[in-house]
Design a binder for this molecule. Sequence first.
Ligand code: PMP
Length: 318
Amino acid sequence: QATFTPEQGWSGQLQPYGPLQLHPSAQVLNYGQSVFEGMKAQRTPAGNIVLFRPDENAARMMAGAERLSMPPPPPEVFLEAVVSTVRANSHYVPPQGKGSLYIRPLLLGTGPILGLGPAPSYTLVVYAAAVGAYFKGGQLTPINLIVEERFHRAAPRGMGGTKAAGNYSPGLVTQLAAKQSGYADVLYLDAKTDSLVEEVSSCNIFVVKGNTIKTPPLQGTILPGVTRKSVIQLATQLGYDVQETPVSITEAMAADEIFTTGTAVVVSAVGSLTYQGEKRQFGEEGQPTKVALQIYESLTALQQLKTEDPFGWVVPVV
Ligand code: PMP
């Protein structure tokens, strides 16, 4: 846990997991100055513990902090907090291939303020928990998605491009409704035309047709996923024609396959997509589709250092 005040800058130390003490007038509780990150520490076959592109998470938190008028923690402060948390919890990192240690950095406006304004002081908290697969059924089980037709996730010129806590609570009502109807999650459409696919609640989307893989461009409404960026590079290297370009829901419904990417979900094949009452099935029931599986395997091999890392993305911490 580290604190920031304008007079003293950043300072912090390791602490046992426990409640945060906050004033009722803490900015974050009243006006929502809060951005977070999601990262994973994994074991390599040699037993070392590695992070995946932590500098990207540091940069994204800085950008989000600026958008919400918070002091961006310098990358070295962010990385030290993450690395020391992982080292202190290294015994919780599961054996190679059996899961990972999920790491959650939070930047909060914790100082008290009554009138609307930025907090006078801030807290960077990093906590961690051992995790397995994100969706029910395990990492390789395809997920069923339904297009959300009532709400949008993000507005143009809003803060959809940041990992602000406030981006997530508006989606709970739709996510829960989807789950009750047997879907793993919802797919959001854009707020301008209601016809372009944007992203899923916690992951980015890729649409495959032949040798072409399309993913929506970063225009401020979708999160610039670290996995998204990495998969664009990996898939290009595997010989696919990867395009960051608007993708219509009609195109998605007619695709050969669809998959989603994220730190938590890794690469998840989409088993079916439901839109306006029509359900489109991809691949064979219960089986991951071809391209999704290929990209899942090459990404996880690289992330766990089961193959060489030609990009310098994998950072050893223990
Ligand atoms: N979109 C949203 C809305 C997310 O919450 C996440 C998870 N951080 C992603 C996409 C995927 O981003 P990343 O690959 O960096 O985990």
